[in-house]
Design a protein around this ligand. Sequence first.
Ligand code: ARG
Length: 282
Amino acid sequence: MTSTLAEPAAVRTARPRRFVMCRPDHFTVSYEINPWMDRTRAVDAELALAQWETLKATHERLGHVVDVVPGVAGLPDMVYAANGALVTAGGTVGVRFAHPERAGEAEAYARWLEAAGFGPVHRPVEVNEGEGDLLLVGEHLLAGFGFRTTRAAHAEIARVLDRDVVSLRLVDPRFYHLDTALTVLDDDPAHPDVAWFPGAFDAASREVLEDLFPGALRTDEATAAVLGMNAVSDGRHVVLSPAAAQYAELLRGRGYEPVPVDLSELLKGGGGAKCCTLLARS
Ligand code: ARG
């Protein structure tokens, strides 16, 4: 007789993290570089700040350390700290933005990271938008391309960090960064785990993900469309949008603990919890 019972949920372990965030003192939507941004929709600056403070307090309550980079006037997207760098045990790679509106953030993050002891920071030649497109999952460095980070940047990063990079092509403009299409749920090399939205990737990349993570959770359009994939996991707790209720249920079924945090104002710039959180050390 074949059992129809699901496998028992694994026991998940949280690992303490060091995060870097940027206070949204200068956040607004004054230009449009992704389909979420609409200059005609007002941003409530006070609410944005309160939501961001809640995200920071949530990370801290879960036992993580959060360092804060001061924002820079005129760089409203600097709040999306995930785009500030890729920090790995083998070195820190700085960023180079696809859009001139964000260019100034690169050096601000690189200098801050060096002063904070995460340097030296490699100043890239090719366009790469940090952890927005570059996600470490155990041994694998997953790298998105198609909208922002380029394939040439993948090659540059592979060279600089002396490691393999798994290139994944993003095809839906709403999911312009890899972290809008895929959540790293567990980065422990012993049991790496992700969740991903297939519609964001081309066929070849879907095959790559299926091979690397057989049995991984695949989410639907409704989850991705509220930026549900843009979540921060410590291996047990998954900080995500409260709008992604179905995703939260699926995560619970796999032994994770969903922790909803509303970032509706920051969503107006096209970012969620992960965009606002640079993982500096796991
Ligand atoms: N407005 C920003 C941009 O379009 C949002 C960045 C979101 N960051 C992320 N890691 N997905 O560049």
